[in-house]
Design a protein around this ligand. Structure first.
Ligand code: GDD
Ligand code: MG
Length: 361
């Protein structure tokens, strides 16, 4: 079975992290994000994956290569972003699609049962089957009501107002190749959610009621939530063992006298100074945290440097190679572009958005 993974979005909601690393290979619990998706697909019999990339595609290829754990990886690269359905048409035009395939959004961490979805697809004779997952807040997703036989009755992408169901589009489809040729116009951006699926209602579009674990990692809040869940063992993965605080520390980290955890991830070659605290946070590779500093519920991209006694308060996201001076404070929810400099003793206001060109005096 073949899967096409949509991995060409710009990941705007994960900025500033995605300025330097594309979302598909963003480290999640220290591993390139897509490796979790590839493991999942492989577990459901997928043996060939088409990675549909545009934005920073060379970085994706460099990280994942052409073979992953026995699965063949092909790359279909678009020159201009083609939306969610356009890239599938591009792969079709290149003649690489099998008769039936999975199409997967490239930013979901899940253990949804693709095998069962495929079995339902065959049983119903559907042309397209969408995995649907129940969530509490449907507002940032595609809401998909179905009838008692599983036929989709409407596809409501990010609409306002009361939702007719709490089941949303989980971004995991089974699609017949002829639908791609017939329903997705070539040569321009096309959206599955706004164009193709609404047009297929009543014409062989089915929903599969998915269960298990599912999260879209596309915002900093959900990226952290997914990290904590993975550390706690949901979904199951082959991550290295966690320490007694539920944290994961990769190779060559220096931590003597630091207070690490709970639920934190330290990438390779990080260093955390004496009496510094790192709580419920993610440090990508080569991050340095000075003595007596505190980092809480935040994400620090690679090579960030945090000075002594500095404080990074909750839900901050700090871009690669930013430098936070001694005694500086980065307020809750602040986002700092790659390379930002916060001078010693300076304060970044909560919720601030600092562009790379500025430095904070
Ligand atoms: N190749 C390519 N080209 N991929 C793209 C493009 C593009 O132009 N635009 C987006 N993608 C990829 C993204 O990288 C991501 O993996 C996937 O398509 C979905 O795009 P998002 O931008 O993450 O969409 P969303 O999260 O707001 O909404 C989508 O996912 C929800 C579930 O997470 C929709 O499919 C919703 O209906 C769905 O509920
Ligand atoms: Mg998404």
């Amino acid at each position: 079975m073949q899967a096409l993974v949509l991995a060409g979005g710009e990941g705007t909601r994960l900025r500033p992290l995605t300025y330097t690393t594309p979302k598909p290979v963003m480290p999640l619990a220290g591993r390139p994000f897509l490796s979790f998706m590839l493991d999942w697909a492989r577990g459901h019999g997928v043996d060939e994956v088409i990675l549909s990339c545009g934005f920073l595609s060379s970085a994706v290829r460099r990280v994942l290569g052409d073979i992953y754990d026995g699965m063949r990886l092909r790359y279909v690269v678009e020159e201009e972003p083609l939306g969610t359905a356009g890239p599938v048409r591009l792969a079709y035009d290149q003649g690489v699609l099998e008769e039936r395939l999975f199409v997967l959004n490239g930013d979901v961490l899940t253990d949804v049962d693709l095998t069962a979805e495929l079995a339902q697809h065959e049983r119903t004779g559907a042309r397209v089957t969408l995995a649907l997952y129940p969530v509490e807040d449907t507002s940032s997703y595609g809401v998909v009501p179905t009838d008692e036989r599983g036929r989709v009755v409407a596809f409501l992408e990010k609409t306002q107002g009361e939702a007719p169901t709490n089941r949303i589009n989980a971004g995991a489809y089974v699609i017949e190749r002829d639908v791609v040729g017939e329903r997705i116009p070539g040569g321009r951006p096309v959206s599955f959610e706004r164009e193709v699926f609404p047009g297929l209602v009543g014409e062989g579009l089915y929903g599969y009621p998915a269960a298990g674990y599912w999260i879209d990692i596309g915002t900093p809040e959900r990226y952290l939530e997914a990290t904590w869940d993975l550390l706690a063992g949901h979904p199951r993965s082959n991550l290295p063992p966690r320490d007694e605080t539920g944290s994961l520390v990769y190779e060559n980290c220096l931590l003597s006298g630091a207070h690490l955890g709970p639920q934190s991830v330290l990438g390779r070659n990080c260093s955390v100074g004496t009496d510094a605290r790192v709580e419920r946070s993610v440090l990508h590779d080569r991050v340095l945290v000075g003595a007596d500093a505190a980092v809480t519920e935040s994400v620090l991209a690679e090579r960030v440097r945090v000075g002594e006694r500095a404080r990074i308060e909750g839900r901050a996201v700090i871009g690669a190679e930013a430098v936070i001076g001694n005694d500086a404070v980065v307020g809750e929810g602040a986002r700092l572009d790659p390379g930002t400099r916060v001078e010693p003793g300076a304060k970044v206001e909560p919720g601030a958005r600092i562009e790379a060109a500025e430095s904070v005096p």
